[in-house]
Every structure is written in C-alpha cells, then in structure tokens.
Design a protein around this ligand. Structure first.
Ligand code: ATP
Length: 211
C-alpha cells in the first residue's frame, strides 16, 4: 500500500492546561477525501494547522510519507492550509499570491499570472482584485485569496478550513468546482475538509474523522 501523505500518531494538542484532542491517529492517503467533523471548538482548525506543520504537536508525532518530517518548510510546501481567515501580509493581492514562490523549497516552480487571473474569474471575482491592497478586502475576498494561494502552489494535500463559509451560494459552488478540478488534475492529491454544512461534506468527501 502507498505511504500516507501525512499522518499524526498518538497526537495531542493542548491549549493551556486543557487538551483539545489527545491520542489521535490519522493517515491521509493519496487521493483521500476526508471530512473532519465536530462541534464548534472541537479542534478542527487546530488539527488542520497541526497537519500542515504550522503548529507543533504537544504530544505524538507528525509524519510525512510515513516517516518523520525532516524539513518543515518542505512539508509545508506539500501540505497547504487554506484558512477561513488567512494571514495576508501588507501589499497587493498579487504580492500575496506570488510570495510562496520566493521560498527556496519552491525552486523550479514559478508564479503563473495567467493562471491566477483565470482562477480568479472562475471564483467569481473581478480581475482588478489582483492589484488591490489586502487592507480593504472583505472576509470573503480574503478567504478567496487564501484559497488561491494554496491552489496555485499545487500542493499534494489541501487542507480546507470551511472554504465556503460566508460565501453566497453561487461563489460557494464555484469554490467547490475549482477544488474538484484541482483534485482531478492530480490523482495523488488529497483533500481534508471542515465545514458546518453537513450536506457539503457528504457531497465532497467519502470518509470522516469525528472530533
Ligand atoms: N491560539 C489559541 N489560543 C487559545 N485557544 C485556542 C487557540 N487556538 C485554538 N484554541 C482553542 O482550541 C479549541 C479548538 O479550536 P478550533 O478553532 O480548532 O475549533 P474548531 O473545531 O475549528 O471550531 P469552529 O467549528 O468553531 O471553527 C477552542 O476551544 C479554541 O478556543
């Protein structure tokens, strides 16, 4: 069997004295479509951030391709976290989309402006958004930029934190379609979703982890 792309073993994350979750085992396999379900505060975001290597586990191990993570920058380049409220740095939208390609781990990958424009259009946003400062973005626009930033880097694992929350139905449908395309483009690519829309999770995933 192929190695899981990313795993946690006997993993725990603590906030202060309280364990958010503990003793957690999860393998994300090539081609996986996984829903992470649980009530608000169950630790879904905390888990996605841990899988992306953005926050360290307090207990247990994060694995990449079945082995220890040797390089966090490399791991993060393969396992992309698309946040509901992404951290964007001062500058334009395009500056933010371009930034990941400046990292040494992405040597050989180039920012594709045409692809960014096409993606933006598919997501129902005007082309001039690229030149706008991130300062004035609405929550939904910022979320779109975060998703685009993740998709344009062609990660192996897409961690999608409520990717359509707060979007109108038309844009939400466009987001689902764009993600479906990204998964079709690479059979190994896996997606891990959180959503408060149970019908959406039923539609786009085929197995669940309950927190
Ligand atoms: N940086 C932090 N500082 C303090 N507490 C935190 C931090 N990050 C997460 N928590 C706490 O950890 C718990 C899990 O949070 P998390 O955001 O992962 O939940 P969630 O399942 O994604 O919830 P929701 O469905 O509301 O988005 C919550 O009790 C939250 O308050």
């Amino acid at each position: 069997m192929a190695s899981p792309l990313v795993s946690v073993q006997t993993a725990g994350r603590r906030v202060g004295e309280r364990w958010v979750w503990r003793g957690l085992n999860l393998d994300v396999a090539p081609g996986d479509r996984l829903a992470v379900r649980g009530p608000s505060g169950a630790g879904k975001t905390v888990l996605l951030r841990a899988l992306a290597g953005l926050d360290a586990l307090d207990e247990g191990e994060l694995l990449s391709e079945g082995g220890p993570v040797r390089s966090l920058p490399r791991h993060r380049a393969e396992v992309a976290y698309a946040a509901q409220r992404p951290a964007l740095f001062d500058g334009t939208v395009e500056d933010n989309l371009r930034a990941p390609f400046a990292l040494a781990v992405r040597d050989g990958q180039r920012y594709d402006a045409e692809r960014a424009r096409a993606l933006l259009a598919r997501l129902g946003r005007p082309a001039d958004l690229l030149g706008q400062s991130v300062d004035g973005l609405s929550g939904g626009e910022a979320q779109t930029v975060g998703l685009m930033r993740a998709l344009l880097t062609d990660p192996t694992v897409l961690l999608l934190d409520e990717p359509t929350a707060g979007l109108d139905p038309e844009r939400a449908e466009a987001v689902e379609a764009v993600i479906a395309d990204a998964l079709r483009a690479n059979a190994r690519r896996a997606a891990v979703w959180t959503s408060h829309d149970a019908a959406q999770l039923d539609r786009v995933t085929d197995r669940s982890l309950d927190l």
